[in-house]
Design a protein around this ligand. Structure first.
Ligand code: CAA
Length: 299
């Protein structure tokens, strides 16, 4: 570890939170993983263990590295004590504005005065989040990509008041994780989702209009553009509810009809077809199996 931010607290033990804890712990940071649910924390530690095992099996790390990484993580269900010694807090809670604003108010109250408060939000305004704290210069976006241990990018988002010092420290910590941090400004969807989500939305509109089927659309983008997953499979991977909420942020933020979410996307979310996490989206997923088949609705 070369960063001066040695104590890192991660708020939220879901997919992104456990991935973020995983990568900091592997680089010997002292990590506190915080969630209101004890069960979520237990699941997160089990997932991190499984993902570290995968890296051991691929001979990317040794067994000792795995043990050391797990030993660097403690869990806590109380936010106030979880952030009390943090140099850097990375919030990765559910993507809900009011929830995030409340978490930032509490973090601001209980974290040391010099701590940096980062958010892994995929599209909520950093400037708006920073404004509920007394330290807007120390608030910044640290947008990791899923799966965090694999994806190289950290989109580092500068809010209206983010200071150069905060930016430099977060860029340095991200590089220390072996990631490529990329600085962007705080506008709806930042860069990643401003470009990715309209592509996914257009794929859903194409499916809805009958231009092509699920597998055909994904094959075109996978083989034609060398994307690791087609846009519909990626939508399932991200979660259709997350895709819809990001489209709505773009639509509201720019007031431009080109960002209107596909009615099919809206319907699927209303029907609870959220993709991989609900077992069905554009494809059907069986627990424990890597095989996927097109959902009956699109056959
Ligand atoms: N932890 C550690 N390693 C993991 C892992 C995890 N959670 N998941 C996968 N891996 C590793 C595997 O061990 C494997 O390693 P090797 O290359 O050494 O063999 C490698 O990643 C590839 O995994 P798999 O062989 O299991 O599967 P795959 O080849 O189908 O790749 C994938 C899976 C990496 C997810 C790939 O399909 C991919 O890159 N998909 C696109 C992901 C993407 O676009 N993510 C961004 C989503 S957008 C976002 O996150 C932000 C937002 O705001 C919405």
């Amino acid at each position: 570890m070369t960063s001066s931010l040695t104590n890192v607290t991660v708020i939220g033990a879901g997919t992104m939170g456990n991935g973020i804890a995983h990568v900091f712990a592997m680089k010997n940071y002292t990590v506190v993983l915080c969630d209101i649910s004890e069960a979520a924390l237990e699941r997160a530690i089990a997932t991190i263990g499984k993902n570290l095992d995968r890296m051991v099996a691929k001979e990317k790390i040794s067994d000792e590295d795995k043990i050391a990484a797990l030993a660097n993580i403690t869990t806590n269900t109380d936010l106030a004590s979880a952030v009390s010694e943090a140099d850097l807090v990375v919030e990765a809670a559910t993507e809900n504005v009011d929830l995030k604003l409340n978490i930032f108010r509490k973090m601001d109250e209980h974290a040391p005065d010099d701590a940096i408060l980062a958010t892994n939000t995929s599209s909520i305004s950093i400037t708006k989040i920073a404004a509920v704290t007394k330290r807007p210069a120390q608030v910044i976006g640290m947008h990791f990509m899923n799966p965090v241990p694999v994806m190289k990018l950290v989109e580092v988002i500068r809010g209206y008041s983010t200071s150069d010092v905060t930016l430099d420290m977060v860029m340095e910590a991200s590089k220390d994780l072996g990631k490529i941090p990329t600085e962007v400004n705080d506008y709806p969807g930042f860069v990643a989702n401003r470009i990715l989500m309209p592509m996914i939305n257009e794929a859903i509109i194409s499916l809805h209009e009958g231009v092509a089927g699920v597998e055909e659309i994904d094959t075109v983008m996978q083989l034609g553009m060398a994307h690791p997953m087609g846009p519909l499979q990626l939508a399932d991977f991200i979660g259709l509810d997350v895709c819809l909420s990001i489209m709505n942020v773009l639509y509201d933020g720019f007031g431009n009809s080109k960002y209107a979410p596909s009615p099919l996307l809206v319907n699927m979310v209303s029907a609870g077809k959220l993709g991989r996490k609900s077992g069905e989206g554009f494809y059907k997923y069986e627990k424990g199996s890597k095989d996927i088949v097109v959902s009956d609705s699109f056959k």
